[in-house]
Design a protein around this ligand. Structure first.
Ligand code: NI
Length: 138
């Protein structure tokens, strides 16, 4: 962490009340940490929009494993991108459905492309990519 700077922020009282209520619900014990997290979240979000930014992403997939060849297709996509796939978790949700969580690492554009390919595969009922930082730049 760098040197601490103290800043004063002028803010509408009603807006501040709403912010305080929000961060209390989220469990923050002081505004400073909540402000820092908001800033970090925005920085991560903006950085992930640059195609060559190094990122880590998690992809969550829910699919029906009875769909013909679907499991094989999803596995094949992952093997083609093996150097980006750090880990996978498979959960048998019920008799029909599987949930997979993949941890991907690489440049933002590559991570998005792998996630899009997996999520758009026919038979995947729901998929979502969450991009975060490798932590090195925060
Ligand atoms: Ni399963």
């Amino acid at each position: 962490m760098g040197q601490l700077s103290r800043i004063g922020v002028a803010i509408d009282s009603d807006l501040l009340d709403r912010f305080d209520a929000l961060i209390a619900r989220k469990g923050y014990t002081n505004r400073s940490e909540a402000f820092r997290d908001l800033i970090r979240d925005e920085l991560v979000e903006k950085a992930s929009e640059r195609p060559d930014s190094p990122v880590v992403g998690t992809v969550t997939l829910v699919y029906d494993h009875h769909v013909r060849l679907l499991g094989e297709k999803l596995t094949e996509i992952q093997h083609e991108a093996y150097h980006h796939v750090l880990s996978t978790l498979h959960v048998h949700l019920d008799h029909d459905h599987c949930l997979e969580v993949l941890v991907l690492r690489g440049k933002a554009a590559a991570v998005r492309k792998i996630a899009d390919t997996l999520i758009s595969t026919k038979g995947v009922k729901h998929g979502r990519l969450t991009i975060t930082t490798t932590g090195a730049e925060l």
